[in-house]
Each structure stands twice: as structure tokens, then as C-alpha cells.
Design a protein around this ligand. Structure first.
Ligand SMILES: C[S@@+](CC[C@H](N)C(=O)[O-])C[C@H]1O[C@@H](n2cnc3c(N)ncnc32)[C@H](O)[C@@H]1O
Ligand code: SF4
Ligand code: SF4
Length: 365
């Protein structure tokens, strides 16, 4: 029944977006959407705080801004509102979501509302939060290489070991787990080795491509992180395709390759601000992360207005969409556009997490 309702909502969005001609190509950038908006998926960057200082980090983090994090009450109320508006999926990232105050209540509320819940983490505090993580449908752990490379990129000794231990702990406790690797110049030629480690661990895997964002922190000066060369990128995609646990859609993999090879990329419809949105650590709503990183785009402040009003009134972000390759948004757009490969991968996830949940529930009884 849930799947039927979800498909119905998707069809409404798809029709509206198609009628409004909201393709990501340049000539459609000024078009506006007139159909029904449904916040099917919402991603919360829960905090400005992080216990790491990774050399590639493009997230809006600053430990001095801890007191600017939106209150737990705002987040809990927002979760209730999203449910009422037909939301199905919530994702928690950051900063590091597992160091945020109130994470326990937030996961409990998301679980009460029966959302499909995912948490993205650097893996350092998984053991400590095991009880709450039992409520999530997907724990996404970031792993950027084998030991030496990962610890170098993450600038934290012992972080590789922590992620590997966290993968094993999550699996042992029936928590569906997936590894995400950000591909950059520093790790591209290490991915063959990493792929082998992940195959042995039988863990699902996604790769995303390093985004060269304007947010540069003090510790990042001179770190020389960049996108991999075209040749390395082609190799990475090949290695990925050979790993049966790789969960990116081929659509994403091809677009990554094509963008770097400067070929014409097939324009797709983007549902940012129509079918999904992101909430920044200080409680402002944006259609997507590129909009959040654009100082000219003003977020809708949830401290001053309801989620519904913010979502209804938020303008779309249509800038440089023809070159946007943010994995979280691209994969959503493929799914919302009924791309067969993305649907297949989505169902596979769902099936895996449902099976794991089933055993987990049985264990609890
Ligand atoms: C911003 S982090 C937040 C959650 C958590 N702290 C972590 O590292 O998993 C979410 C994901 O974004 C990735 N990421 C960070 N900076 C990036 C960048 N500049 N380009 C692409 N991905 C990036 C991270 O590697 C991680 O997998
Ligand atoms: S990538 Fe994640 S763990 Fe690393 S500094 Fe950024 S938010 Fe923290
Ligand atoms: S996610 Fe944002 S930047 Fe990317 S295509 Fe959509 S509206 Fe454009």
C-alpha cells in the first residue's frame, strides 16, 4: 500500500514537472513550477559540528557555530509536519549527525512517523549509538580508501579501523549498512584495492565525485584535493561496475564519466524544491545543496515559518544545473523520473533493508 501511495505521489510530481518543462538544460532555467509539490524526501544537515577535519570536506561545518544548530524542538515539529504533507523519506547528515545533541529524540521521532530513515556518518561514534541506530533503515558510512589513504584524507589516525569495525557491528546487529566513497585525485587509483575490501565484507557501496565547492576551511589550504583525471575516472567507473555491491545507478556513473569527458550530457528533470529539499544546520530550507552554498539564494527560515509555508513558497534553484552532479540529487532525480535502472536499485535497497528489518524485529520480540 505504501509503495502504491509513493508511486501515486511520484506520478503527480513527474507529470507536473514535465508539463512545466523543468529540464536541467540552460534554456529551461527560468521556468517555474505550477503543479503540486510534495516533500517526499527531506535531508537534514543536523549540525555545524564535526569531530573530523577532512581534507575534502565541502559541508558547512564550524565547531564554533554549535550554538547556531536549530533546536531539537524545531526538528521534531518539522518531522511531524513533513509526515502530514506526505513525506516518506528523511536523511540525516551534517557535520557529524552522531555528535549532535538530541540525536536520540530525533531518530525516535522519525521512527515513530514511520519514515524511511538514513543516517550518513564518519563511523567514529557508531558503537556508542547502536541502540538508536537500530531504528534506521540505512546507515551510510563514509570510507574513502584503504587504511593509509582513508586516514590521510580524513586527517584522523584510526578512522579507517573505526569504519571497518562499525560496518561489522552494524551487520552483526542487523542494521542495513552502505559505504559511500568520495572519489578524488588522492584516492582514485586506490579504489581497486578498496573495492576488494568491500566485496570481502559483502557491503553495499556507492561512489560519489568530489565537488570543488567554494567553502574552504583553514585546515584545507594547500591540501591539493581535486577531481580525478578523466582517465582515472573511467577506471573507477569500470572497477565499480565490476563490484556486484555497487549501488549507483548506471545513469549516475555514465553522467559522471560524460561530464568529465566534456560530452553533451542528456538533460534530466530536477525535482529539487518540488519533491525533495534540504534543511541546513541552522534550520533553513533550500531546494538542494548547491542552492545552500550559493550566498545569493536565501533559505526559508523554519524558525520563522511553518515547513508547509516554506516548501510552498520557496523559489526553485536553477543555476548551473546543466553541470550539477551531486549524487544525492542526481540519484533522486533518476528515481523520480522513473528511470528503470534507478527503480531497480531503489527496490533492491528497500528489499535488503526490509529483510534486515524483519530479522531485527524478530530478534527484539
Ligand atoms: C558532508 S559528510 C556528512 C556526514 C559525515 N560527517 C560523513 O563524513 O559521512 C556526507 C558525505 O559527503 C561527502 N563529502 C564531503 N565533502 C565532499 C565534497 N567536497 N564533494 C563530494 N562529497 C563530499 C563525505 O565524504 C560524506 O560521504
Ligand atoms: S566529511 Fe564528514 S566527517 Fe569529514 S569533516 Fe566533513 S562533515 Fe566531518
Ligand atoms: S539539484 Fe539544484 S543545482 Fe542540481 S540540477 Fe537540481 S536545482 Fe540544479
Amino acid at each position: 500500500m505504501k509503495l502504491v501511495n509513493f508511486t501515486k505521489s511520484l506520478s503527480q510530481l513527474w507529470l507536473g514537472a514535465n508539463l512545466s518543462q523543468l529540464k536541467t538544460r540552460k534554456e529551461d532555467h527560468n521556468k517555474q513550477y505550477t503543479g503540486k509539490k510534495i516533500p517526499l524526501g527531506v535531508t537534514f544537515a543536523l549540525t555545524f559540528v564535526c569531530n573530523f577535519e577532512c581534507s575534502h570536506c565541502g559541508a558547512d561545518i564550524d565547531n564554533k557555530r554549535a550554538n547556531e544548530d536549530a533546536s531539537t524542538k524545531i526538528i521534531l515539529d518539522t518531522l511531524d509536519e513533513i509526515k502530514k504533507l506526505g513525506g516518506k523519506r528523511v536523511s540525516f547528515t551534517g557535520g557529524e549527525p552522531l555528535v549532535r545533541k538530541g540525536i536520540k529524540e530525533i531518530l525516535e521521532k522519525a521512527s515513530e512517523n514511520k519514515f524511511y530513515i538514513s543516517v550518513v556518518s564518519n563511523g567514529w561514534h557508531v558503537e556508542r549509538h547502536l541502540k538508536q541506530l537500530n531504528k534506521v533503515d540505512l546507515l551510510i558510512l563514509s570510507l574513502d580508501g584503504t587504511e593509509e589513504i582513508h586516514d590521510f584524507i580524513r586527517r584522523k589516525k584510526g578512522s579507517y579501523k573505526k569504519v571497518i569495525d562499525s560496518i561489522k557491528t552494524a551487520k552483526k546487529n542487523g542494521i542495513p549498512v552502505l559505504v559511500n566513497t568520495t572519489v578524488m585525485n588522492t584516492n582514485a587509483d586506490n579504489l581497486k584495492e578498496l573495492s576488494k575490501v568491500l566485496k570481502d565484507l559483502e557491503v553495499f557501496w556507492t561512489i560519489d565525485l568530489f565537488n570543488d565547492l567554494d567553502i574552504v576551511k583553514d585546515w584545507q589550504h594547500g591540501s591539493n584535493i581535486s577531481r580525478p583525471t578523466n582517465k582515472l575516472l573511467e577506471e573507477v567507473v569500470k572497477i565499480g561496475k565490476e563490484n556486484p555491491y555497487l549501488s549507483n545507478s548506471f545513469n549516475y556513473l555514465n553522467s559522471v564519466k560524460e561530464r568529465d569527458l566534456e560530452k553533451e550530457v542528456e538533460s534530466s528533470i530536477c525535482f529539487a524544491g518540488i519533491g525533495y529539499c534540504v534543511i541546513s544546520a541552522d534550520g533553513k530550507m533550500y531546494p538542494c545543496f548547491p542552492a545552500q552554498n550559493d550566498s545569493e539564494f536565501e533559505g526559508m527560515d523554519l524558525k520563522k515559518m511553518s515547513f508547509k509555508r516554506a516548501f510552498d513558497e520557496m523559489p526553485l534553484y536553477r543555476k548551473n544545473c546543466d553541470t550539477c552532479d551531486m549524487i544525492c540529487h542526481k540519484e533522486m532525480n533518476s528515481l523520480y523520473s522513473f528511470k528503470p535502472d534507478a527503480i531497480f536499485k531503489g527496490l533492491k535497497y528497500l528489499y535488503k533493508s526490509k529483510v534486515a528489518n524483519f530479522f531485527r524485529l524478530n530478534k527484539r520480540v
